[in-house]
Design a binder for this molecule. Structure first.
Ligand SMILES: Nc1ncnc2c1ncn2[C@@H]1O[C@H](COP(=O)(O)O)[C@@H](O)[C@H]1OP(=O)(O)O
Ligand SMILES: [Mg+2]
Ligand SMILES: [Mg+2]
Ligand SMILES: [Mg+2]
Length: 333
């Protein structure tokens, strides 16, 4: 069993904290960020720039000693089990490792982009989550890797469980201009993947957030209805949705956060290149490509949608009609 799965099964309340924005963070989020950045620093030559979700600020406050100790033990145990690096961290070392390479990204140079646990709520619930890593080069995503330890390797038939006999754990990857692939987490040969070729929305299904606080389920159901989608929404946490879309488990991805929420680049960089290299299209609600060159945030017309080239024109129209209708209804209140 992987270390992350063990942590997912054993996570206790003391290992889950609330951040300033009220979202949860766990020992696994911090631990994963340290381990991935450590591996990158060992491999990458030259300057190391990392735009990552977590930082050490909360852990430096009074009252965080217990979680800091848990993270230190978790990282050191994982390093011993893995055997690739002969090193161990002090608590102070852990604090500085979390901030390794800390950067704001931007339009020039190369920056790694990391969400160490994407879908923390799914992780804590025992459902889907992803470790999402991408590389920005001159403001563009050129590489993406999406590890989904709880996602069936071949396809989702039951989104929160596994179909009988299917192996669990999928690693998606994509390099600009070279297509997208999936392989098992224990290293089976990679297989090329592509988005589905459905062109009639009646046969399409769509992915959205499990959490209604993360995406407006009423708006997405109105979009689906306008399109003529018959199937109920497939609700799963994290960028695992992008991976599932990229290999054709479903046809459409919809994400409409509530007013005031600002999207972060680490929530979409890896997932979006996996989808586009699998032949799909990812845009904001106005049909614009996502712009990863503006720092930590994505500056966009609220909403992110993805599908294949055939369905995109009708999806975009349904999205715009549904938004217009919602705004009109709100103006009458
Ligand atoms: N209030 C919020 N609205 C929208 N997305 C959020 C909100 N809080 C956290 N997120 C982030 O949205 C993503 C989860 O989306 P989904 O609902 O598709 O699983 C995660 O990246 C999660 O962060 P995190 O990485 O901390 O889990
Ligand atoms: Mg988070
Ligand atoms: Mg995230
Ligand atoms: Mg996260």
């Amino acid at each position: 069993m992987g270390e992350e799965e063990t942590v997912q099964q054993n996570i206790v309340h003391s290992g889950i904290q609330s951040k300033a924005d009220k979202s949860p963070v766990t020992v696994a989020d911090y631990g994963s960020q340290i381990l991935v950045s450590l591996a990158l620093m060992m491999e990458v030559s030259g300057p190391f720039s990392l735009v990552a979700e977590e930082d050490s600020e909360e852990l430096r406050k009074d009252g965080a000693e217990e979680i800091l100790e848990e993270i230190t033990d978790l990282v050191n145990e994982t390093l011993v089990d893995d055997g690739s690096y002969s090193m161990s961290f002090s608590k102070e070392g852990i604090l500085s490792a979390i901030d390794n390479g800390k950067s704001e990204g931007g339009p020039t140079g190369q920056h790694w982009v990391l969400d160490p646990i994407d879908g923390t709520k799914g992780f804590v619930r025992g459902d889907q989550y992803a470790i999402a890593l991408a590389l920005l080069d001159e403001g563009k995503v050129v590489l993406g890797v999406l590890a989904c330890p709880n996602l069936p390797l071949s396809s989702i038939s039951n989104p929160n469980g596994s179909s009988s006999g299917d192996r669990i754990g999928a690693l998606f990857s994509a390099t600009i201009g070279c297509g997208a692939e999936v392989e098992s987490l224990d290293g089976s040969p990679p297989q090329k993947i592509s988005v589905c070729s459905i062109d009639n929305p009646v046969n399409a299904s769509f992915f959205e957030s499990y959490e209604s606080a993360h995406s407006m389920h009423d708006l997405t159901s109105s979009i689906a209805e306008k399109l003529g989608v018959q199937a109920p929404p497939v609700r799963i946490d994290s960028q695992a949705k992008y991976g599932a879309l990229a290999r054709g488990d479903g046809a459409i991805y919809l994400r409409f956060p509530h007013k005031g929420y600002r999207e972060k680049i680490w929530d979409h960089a890896a997932g979006s290149i996996v989808v586009t290299e699998a032949g799909g299209i990812v845009t904001d609600a106005a049909g614009n490509n996502l712009d990863f060159s503006q720092g930590r945030f994505l500056d966009l017309d609220t909403g992110i949608i993805a599908t294949n080239t055939q369905l995109m024109p009708s999806l975009l129209k349904a999205v715009q009609d549904a938004i217009k209708e919602k705004n009109h209804a709100a103006s009458l209140l």
